[in-house]
Structures are given as C-alpha cells and as structure tokens.
Write a protein that binds this ligand. Structure first.
Ligand code: NDP
Length: 274
C-alpha cells in the first residue's frame, strides 16, 4: 500500500513541507513519502477526492488558496476545522469518509508556548487580519486563558463574523483606526500584508518594548511587521515555528506519532538567516 502524503497548493514550488515531513519520517521511523502537488481551483476538489478515496494518497496538507475548498470537500470535520471554516489537513477515516482538520491554530499556540516560552494566561492580544489563518487561532487562544482578543481588520465585518462564532467570549472586532493603547502583550500579524512587503496600518499606540510581535509570515528577509516591532524595541518573531508545529500536528493525526520539532526548526532557521 502507498504511504504517500502530500501538500497541495498553488503556488507550491517553494513549500518547506516536504522537507519538514521527510525529517519527521526519519526521526520517527515512519516509512512515509511526502511530495508537493500543484493544483488548479477547477480540479482541486475532484482530484483530492479521487486521490484520497482510491488510496493513491493517505493524506494531504492543503495550503493557499485551497483551504476553504478542502473544508468544503470533507465529510467529517474536527471542531477546530469546523470553527475555522478552512482546513489544512485531509485524510480518510476507517469508514471511508474524507476528514478535515485545521492545525494552524494549534501550531501557532505550540510555537508561542513551547518554543518561545510565552505565557498567554491573562494576556491582552491584538490580532491583525480576519482570514482563514486567524479563524483557526481564536479557539486555542481562548483555551490558553487570554484576557481579551481584539481582532482588527480592514473589513470589520469579516472580523465581526469571527467574533460572532464565539458568543460570550472576550473578543472584539474593530477597524485599524479604532486601535488604541495601552500596548498589547502580544500582537499577531495574521494578514497577508507581508507577502506584498506591506505593514498593516496598525498605530504605534498598540506596541511598546514589553510587547511580543508575531508575524505568521516567514522568509529569508525580515517582514515589515517584524521591523516595526524591532523599531519599538519589542520582541519580533516570524511564523517559521508555526509552520513546523502545524506540520507536526498533521503528522500526528496521520501517523499517531508526535515528532520532535526542535532540530528541523533550528536547521530551517539557520538557512533562513539573512
Ligand atoms: P487570507 O487570504 O484568508 O486572509 C488575508 C487577510 O489579510 C485578510 O484579513 C485581509 O484583510 C488581510 N490583508 C491582506 N492584505 C492586507 C494589507 N495590505 N493590509 C492589511 N490587511 C491585509 O489569508 P490566510 O488567513 O490564509 O493567511 C494569512 C497569512 O498567514 C499569510 O501571510 C499566510 O502565509 C500566513 N500563514 C502562515 C502559516 C504558518 O504556518 N506560518 C499558516 C497559515 C497562514 P481583508 O479581509 O480586509 O481583505
């Protein structure tokens, strides 16, 4: 039987996931193969359904821009995928049903807590953006015991739609112009602004030297958001650890083994140093 897994997206050429999963396979002894697959929106759903139900692949990670399609394709969704409205991990259960999970949120939380030693209990958090990645982050944030989460987005309705999913939770949706001090303990940039080399219009009142800034984006060069954090003498972290931790969670779902992540994270980090 094929032990093939893959990551499906568009573009996909520069994905680090095959490398991360090859490392996990090696350290756990799980004999899997993991490849990157370029897909088109028109064929994504049919191809993934066929590949999974025929046993051609045992599972797939799904990345931009197909996370919503992956969610819609699934017949069974975990609670965190259901809430997120977007899925990054697909597999077939014993009953032959396509299952979906979203491991992005738990990936971020694991990076913050385990890798960076950040205490989230009783902390005030500002989240920038209201896309699929942010949707997946809210429940684990609340579970971690934060005092409040403010979600700022260009289109406030999108942020409000997330707040509405969690009635009674300490959440608020606002515009960037409405962001005021005091400075937040943690600011998470969950926008895709960094991809275009832009900083979301977040006012300086939101940050001071005690703030920790986390950009979900990662790359060889510092993002404008990380530069903005450093300009305020705040800690600045990129999303490489989130990437590795969401991958570890997917691996665990598929193989029932939780791989150790420190070595591959350190290896990728050293290669990405400018
Ligand atoms: P979506 O396309 O679903 O959402 C994009 C969000 O960014 C929207 O809220 C949008 O606002 C906002 N936005 C885009 N451009 C700007 C800008 N110039 N200024 C302010 N806001 C902007 O993307 P995802 O949620 O899937 O991903 C968001 C980011 O997180 C990406 O950079 C992605 O690479 C990263 N990511 C990283 C992961 C990791 O493992 N490290 C995992 C998942 C995502 P509006 O609604 O107003 O248009």
């Amino acid at each position: 039987m094929s032990l093939l897994y893959r990551v499906t997206g568009n573009p996909i050429k520069h994905s680090l996931s095959p490398r991360i999963h090859a490392h996990f396979a090696q350290v756990t002894g799980e004999p899997i193969e993991y490849t990157a697959q370029l897909e088109e929106a028109e064929t994504f759903t049919d191809n993934l359904r066929r590949q999974l139900t025929s046993g051609e692949i045992l599972g797939s990670n799904v990345t931009l821009p197909f996370k919503e399609l992956a969610w819609a394709l699934a017949e069974v969704r975990t609670a965190r995928a259901e809430t997120a409205g977007a899925a990054n991990t697909l597999w077939l259960n014993d009953a032959g049903q396509i299952c979906a999970d979203n491991t992005d949120g738990i990936g971020l939380l694991t990076d913050l807590k385990n890798n960076l030693g950040l205490e989230l209990e009783n902390r005030r958090v500002l989240i920038l953006g209201a896309g699929g990645a942010v949707r997946g982050v809210i429940q684990p944030m609340l579970d971690a015991g934060v005092t409040e989460v403010i979600i700022a987005n260009r289109s406030v309705e999108r942020a409000q739609a997330i707040v509405d999913i969690f009635p009674g939770a300490p959440l608020k949706a606002i515009s960037y112009a409405e962001i005021t001090g005091p400075a937040f303990d943690l600011i998470v940039n969950g926008t895709s602004a960094s991809i275009g080399g832009e900083l979301p219009p977040v006012p300086d009142a939101a940050i001071d030297a005690n703030t920790c800034g986390y950009d979900m984006m990662y790359g060889a060069t510092k993002t404008p958001f990380c530069e903005w954090c450093e300009a305020h003498n705040a800690r600045a972290i990129d999303g490489l650890g989130m990437l590795v931790e969401q991958a570890a969670e997917s691996f665990f779902i598929w193989r029932g083994v939780k791989p150790e992540t420190a070595a591959i994270l350190a290896e990728l980090r050293s290669e990405l140093q400018p």
